[in-house]
Design a protein around this ligand. Structure first.
Ligand code: BTN
Length: 337
């Protein structure tokens, strides 16, 4: 099922706005019916639809409706997403899907149909979530952030790694600011907490030798999973914001903040000397630099000290046989070098 907050000819969105702007006061039913030009029964249906999405609305008999505070809401409501992303300069079109094989697939399909940049496909549950190097990405329904975005960057194919770096940086910053946990960024874009994986990012691109047609960046953040929710084989290497902070995160709010920060990095990348400015921030925020690392590329394994990030976002490692540059690889932090 695909739902978006723009169903009902926009009435659901208008009703949300009306209740939100009342800041917790009761909005009389007569005021709503008048403003939306709808019958009481039609308004009641919209109220039920918003409640179904997880929006906290209270019906006050004989008076009207009022909206509760949104900070504690863990649901990802499509109407709330549309509302809070309305000023996002990149990500202001959201598709909400309860269950899908993989959000990467929806976005790739839309990209092939010439859809514009900035569409976000969010799903509560993926039945065939894809990870890097053909691995699976599993999650528990209604607890995480699982989404993909369509990008049409003005970059050369050899610069696509910059999108990976920008997305990882955005996730790290969001989790620190919004959830207060000590998130770490492992090159190129894994986000960890106390060495365990919190978030995985998969970027796939299509283009020619000198042009990127589109890129799809898929992000999976373990937000409210409990220890037992993780499959046993990854329980010791994966974690969630809830496990690390002891608090359930408002998923919609984390998603909105993440998309705001990601958009600001994408805008930075478009600016003059923007790649260099973004890399400057990335080099400071990347916890891989200065660490002793194990790097796995295809069937080969290398160890050494991660020393720097190149202009194209590659990782340079000082190995016993000299410096090696990795454009893409799996990296494991071993210890401080
Ligand atoms: C990794 O291997 O670390 C990358 C995992 C990426 C998972 C996300 S979840 C949303 C999007 N849809 C997918 O099928 N994969 C990505």
């Amino acid at each position: 099922m695909v739902r978006s907050g723009n169903e009902d000819g926009g009435s659901r969105a208008k009703l949300f706005e009306l209740l939100f702007e009342a800041k917790g006061s009761i909005v009389p039913s007569s005021h709503i019916t008048e403003r939306l030009s709808l019958t009481r029964q039609a308004v009641f249906k919209l109220i039920c639809a918003l409640k179904d999405e997880g929006v906290p609305i209270e019906s006050i008999p004989q008076k009207g409706y009022k909206m509760g505070g949104l900070d504690g809401v863990q649901a990802v409501s499509p109407t709330m997403l549309d509302f809070f992303l309305r000023d996002n300069p990149v990500f202001n079109k959201c598709i909400y899907v309860k269950e899908i094989d993989s959000t990467q697939k929806i976005i790739k399909k839309l990209a092939a149909q010439d859809a514009p940049e900035g569409i976000v496909a969010f799903s509560e549950m993926q039945t065939d979530g894809r990870g890097r190097r053909g691995r699976n990405w599993k999650g528990t329904p209604d607890k995480n952030l699982t989404f993909s975005v369509l990008l049409r960057p003005n970059l050369m194919p050899c610069e696509v790694q910059l999108l990976n770096l920008a997305s990882g940086l955005a996730v790290k910053e969001t989790l620190i600011k919004e959830c207060g946990i000590p998130a770490e960024l492992k090159w190129p874009n894994d986000v960890l907490c106390r060495g365990k994986k919190l978030c995985g990012i998969l970027s796939e691109a299509a283009g020619e030798a000198d042009k990127v047609y589109y890129a799809v960046t898929g992000i999976g953040v373990n937000l409210n999973m409990e220890k037992d929710d993780f499959p046993e084989d990854i329980r010791d290497i994966a974690t969630s914001v809830f496990i690390e902070s002891g608090a359930k995160a408002p998923r919609w709010k984390v998603l909105v903040r993440l998309l705001d920060i990601f958009a600001s990095y994408l805008k930075l990348l478009e600016a003059k000397n923007g790649a260099e400015s973004m890399l400057k921030i990335y080099r400071t925020g990347c916890d891989t630099i200065g660490k002793h690392v194990k790097v796995i590329q295809d069937d080969d394994t290398f160890t050494g000290e991660a020393v720097r990030i190149t202009q194209q976002g590659a990782l340079v490692v000082l190995t016993p046989s000299g410096e090696m540059t990795f454009a893409a690889a799996d990296v494991f932090h071993l210890r401080e070098a």
